[in-house]
Design a protein around this ligand. Structure first.
Ligand code: SF4
Length: 331
């Protein structure tokens, strides 16, 4: 444990990240009629060897956040850096090799015309000067680590099951020996039994290679299984950020509590076990003024629809954006 702590360092730092897109009207000469904030003023850090889970409903901005960290989107304001180097669209090849991605859909994320050998060797051809034998020396042990036989090398993606394809996707993400992997819903397209295998594989690879994960999911049980800390998002904004234990044992934000209550308990004795959050998530084009959750929050007060709550650190490492925890208003 002491050894692990001594190796902990901040590898990713996001400060006040905001990403907005224009809302256009008109077919012939489109006119900008507003802006939609997919990610709004979010700050967080990821330590080496840690998994930061990001959870929220569809459309909350978690995938945009993942794409910004991958350098696939530029930010509108704020900054994100990896080991002190700014991440942006078109960043250098040298920086890109340190951050890799595992995609949601193992069916469409692999080129059906390429054999597994070509899929895994391609990043090495682009980023490293290696001979054919050196590439094979890197690919073969990795195949074994992700649980695929050496014979898989000359086969094509359509010859594999969904879980096996995701193993190929994981091997591709690992081939350049990155430090940070962005996982965008990597198990949501898989059967439940296969999900557990892939999550366990990701955890054992993390331990072995001291990897950091930014893990995006809408599934609370998946996030609970894999994460060390969890960031809860709603309509592009951060609602709560805490370590896993704190978040599950003493959730503070009304939205986090609602998400927890919405998870069904597999016990027929417990009646009324699933509390569905009432109301629809508002359109990101028309986010409520004040707290974005105020139209659905059971604790909403007068101030909630008027002013946006600040993010407060209510205990060490536990951040909440809610007027119920605003120290100034509590006085
Ligand atoms: Fe609910 Fe108000 Fe807190 Fe928003 S700020 S979560 S509306 S109590």
């Amino acid at each position: 444990m002491a050894e692990t702590n001594s190796r902990m360092e901040t590898i990713l730092k996001a400060e006040k990240l905001t990403k907005d897109y224009p809302v256009l009207k008109g077919l012939i000469i489109p006119k900008e009629i507003g802006r939609v904030k997919a990610v709004n003023d979010i700050s967080f850090e990821i330590q080496s060897g840690e998994t930061l889970g990001v959870i929220g409903e569809s459309g909350c901005g978690k995938t945009t956040l993942a794409r910004i960290v991958m350098g696939l989107e530029d930010v509108s304001s704020g900054s994100v850096s990896f080991m002190g180097k700014t991440i942006k669209k078109g960043m250098s090849k040298d920086l890109r090799r340190h951050i890799q991605m595992i995609f949601q859909d193992p069916y469409s994320s692999l080129d059906p015309r390429m054999s597994v050998r070509r899929i895994l060797e391609e990043p090495l051809r682009i980023h490293c000067k290696m001979t054919k034998d050196e590439r094979l020396d890197r690919v073969l042990p990795l195949l074994e680590q992700v649980g695929l036989p050496a014979e898989s090398l000359e086969r094509y993606p359509h010859e594999f099951s969904g879980g096996q394809r995701q193993r190929i996707g994981i091997a591709r993400a690992l081939i350049l020996e990155p430090e940070l992997i962005v996982c965008d819903e990597p198990v949501s397209a898989l059967d439940v039994s296969v999900q557990a295998q892939i999550l366990n594989l990701l955890r054992s690879l993390q331990k072995e290679k001291h990897l950091s994960y930014l893990f995006v999911s809408h599934d609370m049980s998946v996030i609970r299984h894999i994460s060390d800390r969890i960031l809860v998002m709603y309509l592009g904004q951060m609602m709560e950020l805490a370590d896993k234990r704190t978040l599950f044992e003493t959730p503070a934000h009304p939205y986090t509590k609602a998400l927890m209550k919405a998870v069904p308990v597999p016990d027929p004795e417990i009646k009324d076990q699933c509390h569905v959050l009432k109301g629809e998530i508002p359109s990101p084009v028309d986010v409520p003024s004040g707290c974005p959750f105020c139209t659905r929050c059971p604790k909403s007060m007068g101030i909630c629809s008027q002013s946006r709550p600040e993010v407060n650190e209510i205990e060490d490492g536990h951040f909440v954006a809610c007027h119920l925890y605003n120290k100034e208003e509590a006085k």
